[in-house]
Design a protein around this ligand. Structure first.
Ligand code: NOJ
Length: 587
């Protein structure tokens, strides 16, 4: 598993501290929350990104058009009808720029070109144009913290100490360095991918800093020339018609100028290093200046460009800062919710309440899977009812107020399929940390289009990652014929988001806030109200849904989606089957 910051902190610190009691939600609500107040606190608006569903697509694995075993841009274009039919409004494509591929595209050697592995710039322009015809927007990955060591900027930077680009990266002398001895790394800062974050460079006899792989040197964001060059990257893609950017690893842009050692935490990571709190290399206040600058650059263009951040912040306060004063990011990804990692009604209730009522009144952004995390089918499944739980998670993701972000194949119930042997691993952290850390190949396997041996992804015998054996059952073709499939649950829910005003624009207010098994909430515009009830336990649950407590009138339920099907004839009194999910109008 690739540890996100919130997961690390949860594991290493929260175990030692008391968490705030969640009873505060009930108290806060019954005394002060009225529908009118919630509508005021949770603003909606006409901007497209408030109503969009974003689909993250890993280009290597979506569709191969030239049969080399690797997905490509023409492949994506050929599947736009599928995405449109599913109900997707925007796709975020992970990097497809030229790259040596050490970090599978996140080590970029040219920000303003397309890697020939994925096609040409013409293929890209064609993709944007074809997507536009289907009302689908394209969001690019903006990898801002580091480049590849093969980027010409770094090649220049490391060529001599007085090269004009020397200061585009973070260089430092070693501790105790002499004319003949490189000494020790400048301090104890650690790479996210294991071991020291400092790499000795013999030619110019200094260390350079890399938060991620050695081959990913960090840009020096204290240098105005770096700002200028990177702003130019934004202009380049905006002028080609993209709708915005997902900003990679944004909290890691700045390091402590005093170079203080990070504090150690208990225990060791999968690479054998002592756990560390990245206190002096994460979330420095200057990050927000950069976000404001990025906002200004993209706002020169029409169409309400969106900024999404990879913001694996440890708490809602840190996450809320990313909205700025509506002058930074519209959609900071909520890693706290993604990382709950258990079906816990109280935990989800608390975290949803926090983000829905964030003090910046910002739009929440939810997801449960991505290219760095084990797929949700495995993480939330109990080993027995995983398909049912996958539908429940779909309801949670697609009915909460906010912008949902899906990961390709989650609509099929794709599961994590790890390499069986270390020699099959592609992702370098999987080699370094095997068997504790198997890397991220498991969540990046090819999209499952049909039940054929190559799953409709390619025709070659050996695609870049193997086709999971479960693809014979979990694939688009097979599941579209089954009304009860995970795929059809997604389709139905995605269409409800478009047709139901309460799901589109309504505020979200929790009900039955003391229930430890059922997470229930109402989405309401005042005129129209919909209740969502999720039984997060493996036992039937009797519940009297208390929407009256928040001032919603109505006595009958008109189900819009339920899985499994069960009776709602007695209105607010329900018996929810194990892991049941209900979405119903209150009439
Ligand atoms: C976050 C990306 O999501 C991940 O895949 C990558 O390895 C790191 N950033 C480094 O770029």
């Amino acid at each position: 598993m690739y540890w996100t910051k919130s997961a690390v902190i949860a594991a290493a610190i929260l175990a030692f501290t008391a968490t705030a009691p969640s009873t505060s939600i009930a108290a806060a609500q019954s005394t002060s929350t009225t529908i009118a107040q919630a509508i005021k606190d949770q603003p909606t608006g006409p901007e497209w990104w408030r109503h969009a569903v974003i689909y993250e697509l890993y280009p290597r694995s979506f569709q191969d058009s030239n049969n080399d075993g690797v997905g490509d841009l023409k492949g994506i274009t050929s599947r736009l009808d599928y995405l449109h039919d599913l109900g997707i409004d925007a796709i975020w494509i992970t990097p497809m720029y030229p790259s040596p591929g050490i970090d599978y595209g996140y080590d970029i050697s040219n920000y303003v070109a397309i890697d020939p592995l994925y096609g040409s710039m013409q293929d890209f322009d064609n993709l944007v144009a074809e997507a536009k015809k289907r009302d689908i927007r394209i969001i690019m990955d903006y990898v801002i913290n580091h480049t590849s060591d093969k980027h010409e900027w770094f090649i220049e930077s490391r060529s001599s100490r007085d090269n004009p680009k020397r200061n585009w990266y973070v260089w430092h002398d070693g501790k105790g360095q002499t004319a003949t001895d490189k000494g020790q790394p400048p301090n104890n800062w650690q790479s996210w991918f294991g071991h020291s974050a400092w790499q000795w460079d013999e030619k110019t006899r200094q260390y350079y800093y890399h938060y991620f792989y050695v081959e990913q040197p960090d840009l020096n964001w204290r240098n105005p020339e770096v700002h200028k060059a990177m702003d130019g990257v934004l202009d380049f893609w905006m002028q080609r018609g993209v709708a915005g950017f997902r900003i990679d690893a944004v909290s890691r842009l700045f390091e402590d100028p005093q170079m203080r050692d990070d504090p150690y935490l208990p225990g060791h990571n999968a690479y054998g290093d002592r756990n560390i709190q990245h206190k002096y290399t994460d979330d420095l206040p200057q990050v927000h200046d950069v976000l404001k600058e990025v906002r200004k650059v993209v706002d020169k263009y029409p169409g309400n460009p969106v900024l999404v951040t990879e913001a694996d912040e440890p708490n809602v306060q840190a996450l809320t800062k990313m909205y700025g004063n509506a002058d930074e990011v519209q959609l900071p990804m909520d890693f706290q919710i993604a990382d709950v990692n258990e079906l816990s009604a109280p935990r989800f209730r608390e975290l949803f309440h926090q983000i829905e009522n964030n003090s910046a009144h910002g739009q929440p952004e939810f997801f449960f899977s991505n290219h760095d995390q084990r797929r949700q089918w495995d993480r939330y499944g109990d080993g027995e009812h995983n398909d049912q739980i996958a539908k429940l998670m779909a309801v949670l993701e697609l009915t909460a107020r906010g912008t949902p972000q899906m990961y390709y194949g989650e609509e099929l119930g794709m599961r994590t399929t790890d390499p069986a042997r270390v020699e099959d691993v592609h992702d370098p952290i999987g080699k370094l940390g095997w068997p504790k850390e198997k890397g991220r190949d498991g969540e990046r396997t090819p999209m499952q289009w049909d039940a054929t041996p190559q799953a409709g992804f390619t025709t070659v015998q050996k695609p870049w990652l193997p086709i999971p054996p479960t693809s014979t059952k979990y694939n688009v073709e097979t599941e579209s014929k089954d009304p009860d499939s995970i795929y059809n649950a997604y389709k139905r829910l995605l269409s409800l988001r478009k047709t139901e005003p309460a799901l589109r624009d309504g505020a979200q207010i929790g009900i039955n806030n003391d229930d430890k098994d059922v997470f229930a909430f109402v989405r309401t515009t005042g005129d129209a109200s919909i209740v969502v009830a999720l039984n997060m336990s493996g036992k039937p649950q009797k519940i009297a849904l208390d929407w009256k407590s928040i001032g919603v009138t109505g006595t009958k339920l008109a189900p819009l989606y339920s899985s499994p099907k069960f009776s709602t004839d007695s209105g607010d009194r329900l018996e929810l089957p194990p892991f049941a999910a209900l979405v119903a109008k209150i009439e």
